[in-house]
Design a protein around this ligand. Sequence first.
Ligand SMILES: [Zn+2]
Ligand SMILES: [Zn+2]
Length: 338
Amino acid sequence: MKAAVFKEVGQPLVVETVPDPTPEDRQLVVKVGYCGICGTDLHSTREGDATVEHGCILGHEFVGEVAEVGKDLKKKWSVGDRVCSLPFLGCGTCVACVNGRPFECATVQLTGLQVPGGFAEYVKTGALETLRLPDGLAMESAALIEPLAVALHAVRVANMQAGQRVLITGAGPIGLAVAVWARFLGARDVVVSEVAEQRKVLAAKMGATAVIDPAGNLAEQFADAAGGEPDMVFECVGAPGLLQQCVEMAPRHCTLVPVGVCEQPDTFMPFLALVKELRFQFAIAYTRDDFETVISMLGQGRLDASDMITDIVSLEEMPEAFEALRTPSHQCKVLTRL
Ligand SMILES: [Zn+2]
Ligand SMILES: [Zn+2]
């Protein structure tokens, strides 16, 4: 099969022919329809602690059709079933796996980082991690299930309540997806802070009740826009200094939810957080139920995040599009069509 393969830091991915995957007894092989490019893919192909290995096939935001069914799964799955999958291969038998939390499995392998992912014609998925798509749901929209699940998970673990005022820093795909859920779940105000003009427009389109500028005073701008202080701040940028900025602007008893991936050491002033009795609630990934909820809502037509798709490229065009995303532009979510 053809796949976009990581060679080394500083070099674009290379589209080449690699061996087709074969499913184990409780695995499926999925023919990829679309696979989204994610910030994590960009992080893990540059110099740092999280750099993937030579030969890695990235891509964890994939959807497609079942192409091959493992021996033990013939009763439940058929070739042609439209599916998406949590990008994990769990052991399938531990408490975490059985309860739909494969990310917490002690032997989990991350698809698209540790085992080959979705920037390829075919990808291997686990029985417990794979979910059917509703008939009416377009494949392009389904490619957003993963980022929407990240955001739903964050809003859930933060225990956001209807009527609360919410600040979201950063209008990348995750910030936008948090805005979608905050609005959907009844936040009174959904204020997004963002620098880039085109992303500001996108934020307003996708659920923000106001968009403010991180260059100015966040607390003042928030108060002007929302008529009160934030109950919750979702930090969706993940750059050093952002947590301190949140600690400074947060009112007393505010909940700070770091969702953005920051891989560098960072500092904040604990005393300031202590005086305000702030609550930190970090959030990562998703459960099977987060995925199922997103799929169900998309399938019912109650949720639409397709505005965040700014481009669809072929596998051949993908390495160039991938490198271009390292520099901020009007692009938001770029999908690869396989
Ligand atoms: Zn992702
Ligand atoms: Zn397990």
